[in-house]
Structures are given as C-alpha cells and as structure tokens.
Design a protein around this ligand. Sequence first.
Ligand code: GMT
Length: 382
Amino acid sequence: MKIGIVCYPTFGGSGVLATELGMALSEKGYEVHFITYEQPVRLNFHPNIYYHEVAVPPYPLFDFPPYETALASKMVNVITNNQLDLLHVHYAIPHASAAYFARQILKKDGLDIPFITTLHGTDITLVGRDQTYAPVVTFSINESDAITAVSDNLREETFKSFKIEKDIHVIPNFVDIQRFHQTDKEHFKKMLAPNGERILAHVSNFRKVKRVEDVVRIFKNVRDVIPSKLLMIGDGPDRQVAEDLCRSLHLDHDTRFLGKQENINEIFNITDLFLLPSQSESFGLSALEAMACGVPVISTNSGGLPEVNIAGETGFLSDVGDVEDMSQNAIHILSDDDRLQTFKAAALKRAKKFDKKTIIPMYEKLYKEVIEAYAIQKHQVV
Ligand code: GMT
C-alpha cells in the first residue's frame, strides 16, 4: 500500500505522532510519502520512506504566502507521480481542506483517492472552533473519507463544536515502548543532579495553553522541601516568560532550559517526575512518552489527560491552575523512595497499553476499510 502523510514537521505532538506512524508503517513494508514544508524532526532514513517538500516561493504581492494552495498542488503532484492509494492528513488546519481540494482536482483525471483526517487537539478545541476557520474546518472534516481523533474526549469535543455528519474513530496516540524503554543513565543523571536531587521535567512548545509558569511555580514549591532540579525542554513563545520567572524566584541555578531535543527518551530516563499543567490537552503525547520511560505524571485533568494519566496510580490530576494541589501531589510522590518506585512501575505498565504494536494495526485496519469502501463507491458512481 502507498500512503501519503501530511503533517506539521515540527516538535509538536501531531507532527511527532504522524512521523512515528509513517516510520512504523514503512518498517511493515508500506511505501510512505511525507508531504511537508520541512523534513519532519523525527524522520529517519528508510528505503520505503519518501520526503516531498512543499515550497512556497515568495512573491511581492504575497503578504500571506498561500501555503494551502502550494500544499494542495504538491499533493496532486505526489499522488499522480507515485500512484498513492491513500492520503492521511494530521491536524485539520489547513491539511484537510488542502486534501479535499487535491481530491477534487484529481477526480477530473479519474485519479481520485480517499483521504483520512486525524484530529489532534487545538485544530478542534482552540483554533478550529474560532469563526475565522470553522466553516472550512467543518466542511473539510465532513468531506474526509474517515475521521479519527486521538482520544474519546477530543471525539466528544468535535461533535460538540462542529456539525459532524459521520462517525469519528478514536485511535489513541502510541509510543514505541522499545525505544522509550528504561535504560540506566545514572552517569548522566549524576552530571545534572550531583547530590542525588530529584529531577523534574517539562516538555512542550511553550505556548500559552501549556501554562509553563505553573510548571515553574510547582517546581518552586517542590524544591522548597525536596532538593531537586528542573529540566525545561522545548521552545516557544512563553520560554522567556518562564526563564524570567525562574530568575525572579531564584530558581535559575536549579533549572536548565535545554531547548528542542531530539533524543527525548534519554532525558526521560533520568527524570523522576513529569509536569504537564496544561489548560487544554487532547491527549498529552509527551506525558505518554515519559510514562514509557517509567516517569509518573503530575498533570491537569483537562481534555484527554485522564485517559492517559490515572489518578493515584501513574500520577495525579488537578484542576487547571491549581498549583498548590499539583505541588502537594508532586511532593507526595517524590518524598518517599518506595512510593516513587511504585508510581514509576505503574506509569510504565500503563504506557504499555499504548504500545505502537497495539495501535498501528488500528490505523492499518482503517486504511483497508477506507480504500475498499472508496473503490465500491467509485464503482457504483461509474
Ligand atoms: O493541537 C495542538 O496544540 C498541536 C498538537 C501538536 O502538534 O502539538 O498537539 C495536540 O496533539 C498531540 C498529538 O496528538 C496531543 O498529544 C496534544 O495533547 C495536543 N495538544 C493539545 O490539545 C493542546
């Protein structure tokens, strides 16, 4: 089967998930064509993987370069030249409408193929439901040959916010347990926490929705009672805000801003606790990846997080903004070695339920069903 994957190539969860999916499919013998504006960050070489770059040449008239038009044209080009069987777009805006556009163009030449849209989060909960985009998002989701959402919560939110006329399949995000497994990195841990301090970590794109200031305030409360260090991984608009807050709270000597990191699993292998105090989170892929390395999670109870992080077992969940509660929960886990080990073991056990070996076949099944249904529908129309 030949599949086109369209995603954001950045460190964001939707791009990471799409890239991991494409790589896993290529290992299973599928031919996978990535169509993005940059090489996806986690994309490794594999003989079955192809990368097609979407260029948007500048033109003096374009204050806003028409990326969606360039993307749809690239889709037409790649589908035609490589006889793809299916297009799978991740994050609705603007990928679903570009896919619809490409499919309409191809139909004229009798070359049409189905497309699947995977909804990831803010394409529904924040940006998508804004009236700036809502009509196009609603139309292009409905025109998709199948729709998937990464959690039950996101599925419900989609039905609440848009007039959706077909079913939405929930296919949860996954993790490669083999790659994110626990390995002994004691020497590395000693370099960052030379006196046996606990290590807390946060990974995100430092957008408002991640509430990175809450991360810093939770850390402050923890460090007041337990010697500890904080690793801040990623980059984005609120990074400076977080750095400034660390400085004003005199935490700068115990906090490291590591920027964007590719081998996140190595960092998780020296981490004792993961902090994710998001305003909204449809799933929380970074939390799952931490759990796969045996790291418990302190998170909010927003969106799909309760589907991943189990209260009192793999970590704790608090109301958005309840820094006190999150701090007390963090201290509870970190203050006792045995308790920490119990939470670590439970986090790993829970992550195994989302192993890629279990989840990828769900996508494969959907691909086959969509291609078959599309062929029957086409035959009937002819
Ligand atoms: O929706 C976004 O904010 C972007 C997206 C991304 O590319 O980072 O994140 C979403 O998709 C991830 C992968 O499915 C989920 O794990 C994140 O929870 C989700 N982010 C939000 O809902 C804020």
